[in-house]
Design a protein around this ligand. Structure first.
Ligand SMILES: Cc1cc2nc3c(=O)[nH]c(=O)nc-3n(C[C@H](O)[C@H](O)[C@H](O)COP(=O)(O)OP(=O)(O)OC[C@H]3O[C@@H](n4cnc5c(N)ncnc54)[C@H](O)[C@@H]3O)c2cc1C
Length: 313
């Protein structure tokens, strides 16, 4: 069985930064990513707005990812793409499944950087059938930017955080109609710059203190029922697509069985959105690089030979 000083699970921004910092500090590192390529969520975020703190300029998500990929490939970390970690064991071994089959590796430390998953429409108290045309924002973004699909033309977006706002702007730029963005709170969420650049610049109609409580249509979405929270009044809104952007949840499925009294083993750390949902990728990278350097420091062989490289990000 092959063994590494550090196993990093997830090849998004956090995993790549952690793996590169640890490998540059002299640790032997395996970085496992279940998708065929590295980059994580960055691959589908084609807008600019990434990297001001890390690279001193704003670049797109794929560009940001490609710079990190170059870094991690040059670091000497073993990169295993198309390879999912299916289990972490207490004896510091992990089961992996990928092109090389189903195999086990050993490690001294592990950083879980598995990102987060989206709350879906199924988790909301929404009546009606489930016709085609209902997407989470992340799925819609991946289908459009990675798959080049057209997912609809008249769109209602539920949820006004950064993800909902960025998708609203993208739909407008694609010539689609964003019928409205529906938000239960009394003000839109997200970063101020997104409210300015997306909602205001694209003149997105926003319905505050409201929610979608029914999906209309058979076969394909024909509309949604928007309910005002203060009055209870319900109005049908015609659309062919509902995009939900109602929250991200850190994906900690792999470490849950290892927790004792709510505490993780001291050899396991959480990085990036797997730790908590971050607004800015620059913070993800800085924190994860520090985690990677700390993991390498905890390893006697690497410590002292090369020093910490977290500061390089
Ligand atoms: C729509 C959207 C817009 C954004 N816009 C901006 C912006 O303008 N500016 C900005 O700074 N930030 C932005 N962000 C935030 C930033 O992109 C993220 O916080 C950051 O990229 C998260 O990185 P991560 O590595 O934690 O997670 P992810 O990128 O989600 O990476 C996690 C990786 O782990 C892999 N994985 C999961 N489980 C396993 C397993 N068991 N085995 C192997 N691999 C696994 C996944 O396939 C994935 O590749 C945006 C985010 C979104 C969603």
């Amino acid at each position: 069985m092959e063994a590494f000083d550090l196993l990093v699970v997830g090849g998004g921004a956090a995993g790549m930064a952690a793996a590169a910092a640890a490998a540059e500090s002299g640790a032997s590192v395996a970085l496992a990513e279940r998708e065929p390529g590295l980059g994580g969520i960055l691959r589908q975020c084609v807008h600019r707005g990434f990297g001001r703190a890390v690279f001193g300029e704003e670049v797109s998500g794929p560009e940001f990812a490609s710079r990190l990929i170059a870094r991690v490939l040059a670091s000497g970390a073993r990169v295993l793409t198309g390879t999912a970690v299916t289990k972490l064991e207490r004896d510091r071994t992990a089961m992996l499944s990928g092109p090389a089959g189903y195999f086990r590796i050993g490690f001294s430390r592990c950083i879980l950087a598995a990102g987060c998953y989206e709350r879906t429409a199924a988790s909301l108290p929404v009546a009606g059938t489930r016709p085609a045309g209902v997407f989470t924002a992340g799925t819609a973004q991946a289908m459009i930017n990675l798959g080049h699909y057209c997912i609809g033309s008249r769109i209602v977006i539920l949820g006004s955080g950064d993800v909902g706002q960025i998708m609203a702007r993208q739909f407008v730029r694609m010539g689609k109609q964003v019928v409205c963005l529906v938000e239960q709170r009394s003000a839109p969420g997200g970063l101020a710059r997104n409210r300015r650049d997306c909602l205001e610049a694209c003149r997105i109609p926003v319905r505050l203190r409201a929610t979608v409580d029914e999906i209309l249509g058979a076969g394909r979405v024909s509309g949604v029922m928007v309910r005002e929270l203060d009055t209870g009044r319900r109005t049908p809104v015609e659309c062919d697509t509902l995009v939900t952007a109602v929250g991200l949840i850190p994906d900690r499925a792999l470490c849950r069985p290892l927790a004792e009294d709510g505490r993780l083993p001291d050899w396991l750390r959480l990085g990036g959105n797997c730790d908590f949902v971050h607004d800015m990728v620059d913070n993800v990278v800085k924190e994860a690089a520090a985690l990677g350097a700390e993991a390498a420091k905890g390893n006697e062989r690497s410590n002292g030979e090369n020093g910490s490289r977290a500061d390089a990000f």
